[in-house]
Write a protein that binds this ligand. Structure first.
Ligand code: ADP
Length: 462
C-alpha cells in the first residue's frame, strides 16, 4: 500500500517538483549571496583604497604630521584601523596607530602570515575576517633615503554578519516555499489524477459485479483529454468484448438447440418402437429411416462444429501456392461429383501466400452451396485473377441470389435463409474463418442477370 502510494503519479510529480525546487533554490541562493557579498566587499575595498590614497598623498614623517592628518580626517575608528611606521628600513622610525588599531591587532592577532582568502581578504588566528592594504612610500631626504609604511585594516565582521543573515533569510524563504509548494503541487497532482483513480475504481466495481460487467460502460470524464480518450477507447473495447461473449453465448445456445431437436426426434421414435414395435412392426422401417437420417445430420453438424472450432483456433502454415494450378486441380477432381456444368476462367501463374488445404476446403464449400442454391442445369463459373496485391478467386452461380442485408449475416454461425433446403448454417461461417486465417477477405456481390458471386482474396506472393 505504501509502495503504491509512493509510486502514484501524484507522488512522482511531487518528487520531481521538490527536486527542481531544491536545485533552483540552491542556484538562486548561490547567485544572490555571491552578488551581495561581492558588492559589499567592493564598497569596503574602495573605502580602504581611498584611505590609503589619502595617507600616501599627505606624507607623514613625524608625530605632528600624524596628529594633523588624524584630526583633519573623520575616519571610522570602529572598523578601519591605520598604522604608520616612519623609516621602517632603518628601524629607527616611529609608529603611530589610529584609535582602536592596537586593540584590534591585539585582539584579532592579525599577522602578515594570515592566510589570504580572496585578494586582500584574510582571516586571523582568532577567526576575525579583515581587509588589509599595505604600502611603503620612499622619499628623498637630504642625508639619506627614508620611507614610510602605511597599513590599513578593515574589519569585515559586519559584512560576514550581513551575509549570514541573507543566507538565513534565503534558506528560510526556500524552506517555506518548499513546504507550501510541495503540498500545493501534491494537491494539484492528486486533483489531476482523480479522473484516472475514479476510472480504476469503477472498472474494479464492474469487474467484481459479474452480472453487470457484461453490459457496463465506464463513466467518461470531460477532462483531462487523455483520460477522456482512454475511457472512450476502453468502452469500445468493453463493447466489443461484450459483443463477442454475447456471440459465444448465442453460439452455445444455437448449437444445443440444433442438437436437441434431432435428439428429441430420435428419442421419440425409439420410444415408439419400444411401445408399439411388437404390435405394429410396420412402423419400424420408417422409424429406423428417420433415426438414420437425423443421426447423419447430427454427425455432419458435430463435424462442422469441430471444423469451425479448429479453424478459429489453429494458426495456419502459409506458403507460396500456385493458385492457378491448385484451383484448376480442385475443380477437375470435383467436377464429376457436382450436378452442374462448371466453367473455368483461370489466369495462369497466379501465386498467393496461403494454405493449400484450406483453399480446397473453401472452394469445395462454395461449390457445394452454389450447387445447393441454384436451379438444375444452371452454370457455375469458377474464376481466378490478380490485381497485383491480391489473388481473387470467384465462385459465381445463377441461383436465387442473396439480398444486401443478408450478405454479411450469411457468414454468422447457424444463420440460414431458407429452411426448406437441408443444411445447418455452419458452412459459410467455417469458410469465413478459414479465409481470415489465410489473411484474406471474402465478400458477396450480385451476379447478372441473377445469382451471387462469392469473391475470396488472398495476398499474393512477393
Ligand atoms: P447451410 O448451407 O448449411 O444453410 P451456409 O453457412 O453454407 O449454411 O449458408 C448459410 C445461408 O446462406 C444458407 O442458408 C443460404 O440461405 C445462404 N447461401 C449460401 N450460399 C448461397 C448461394 N450460393 N446462393 C444463395 N444463398 C446462399
Amino acid at each position: 500500500m505504501t509502495k503504491k502510494l509512493f509510486n502514484s503519479s501524484a507522488a512522482r510529480i511531487t518528487r520531481v517538483y521538490a527536486l527542481m525546487l531544491v536545485i533552483v533554490t540552491l542556484l538562486t541562493s548561490a547567485a544572490v549571496i555571491s552578488y551581495a557579498g561581492a558588492n559589499l566587499i567592493h564598497v569596503r575595498q574602495e573605502a580602504t583604497e581611498s584611505t590609503m590614497k589619502g595617507l600616501k598623498r599627505s606624507f607623514i614623517g613625524d608625530r605632528s604630521m600624524w596628529n594633523w592628518w588624524r584630526f583633519s580626517r573623520a575616519n571610522d575608528t570602529k572598523n578601519t584601523f591605520i598604522r604608520v611606521i616612519t623609516n621602517p628600513v632603518h628601524k629607527k622610525g616611529q609608529t603611530f596607530y589610529s584609535k582602536n588599531a592596537q586593540r584590534f591587532l591585539k585582539k584579532s592577532k592579525a599577522k602578515p602570515s594570515d592566510p589570504l582568502l580572496l585578494g586582500h581578504i584574510a582571516r586571523s588566528k582568532n577567526n576575525v575576517y579583515y581587509y588589509h592594504l599595505k604600502s611603503v612610500t620612499k622619499q628623498d631626504v637630504k642625508e639619506n633615503e627614508t620611507g614610510v609604511q602605511y597599513d590599513v585594516w578593515l574589519r569585515l565582521d559586519d559584512v560576514i554578519d550581513l551575509m549570514g543573515k541573507i543566507v538565513a533569510t534565503i534558506l528560510g524563504i526556500a524552506l517555506l516555499s518548499f513546504i507550501i509548494g510541495t503540498a500545493l503541487i501534491y494537491w494539484v497532482a492528486k486533483r489531476l489524477n482523480r479522473p484516472l483513480v475514479q476510472l480504476t475504481r469503477s472498472s474494479k466495481i464492474h469487474t467484481k459485479d459479474v452480472e453487470t460487467a457484461g453490459t457496463a460502460q465506464l463513466p467518461v470524464p470531460k477532462t483531462p483529454q487523455e483520460v477522456h480518450d482512454l475511457s472512450i477507447e476502453f468502452n469500445h473495447l468493453l463493447a466489443s468484448l461484450n459483443q463477442r461473449s454475447e456471440a459465444d453465448r448465442q453460439f452455445v445456445s444455437n448449437a444445443s438447440h440444433e442438437l436437441r431437436t434431432p435428439i428429441a426426434g430420435i428419442r421419440g421414435h425409439v420410444e415408439m418402437i419400444k411401445r408399439h414395435g411388437d404390435e405394429h412392426p410396420e412402423i419400424i422401417p420408417t422409424s429406423l429411416d428417420f433415426i438414420d437420417k437425423e443421426s447423419k445430420r447430427m454427425q455432419t453438424m458435430i463435424e462442422n462444429l469441430l471444423k469451425l472450432s479448429r479453424a478459429s483456433q489453429r494458426s495456419l502454415a502459409l506458403s507460396d501456392v500456385d493458385l492457378s494450378e491448385t484451383v484448376t486441380g480442385i475443380v477437375e477432381r470435383y467436377r464429376d461429383g457436382l450436378k452442374r456444368p462448371i466453367e473455368l476462367a483461370i489466369t495462369p501463374d497466379v501465386k498467393a501466400r496461403t494454405n493449400a488445404d484450406s483453399v480446397q476446403q473453401i472452394l469445395v464449400s462454395l461449390l457445394d452451396n452454389a450447387q445447393k442454391y441454384s436451379p438444375t442445369g444452371s452454370d457455375i463459373k469458377v474464376g481466378l485473377t490478380s490485381d497485383g496485391q491480391y489473388a481473387i478467386m470467384t465462385v459465381a452461380d445463377q441461383g436465387r441470389g442473396i439480398t444486401d442485408n443478408q450478405k454479411t449475416k450469411v457468414f454468422d454461425r447457424f444463420y440460414r435463409v431458407d429452411q426448406e433446403i437441408p443444411g445447418n448454417g455452419l458452412g459459410l461461417a467455417i469458410v469465413k474463418q478459414l479465409v481470415v486465417s489465410n489473411h484474406g477477405q471474402i465478400k458477396i456481390v450480385d451476379n447478372a442477370p441473377q445469382g451471387s458471386i462469392f469473391q475470396v482474396s488472398f495476398p499474393i506472393s512477393m
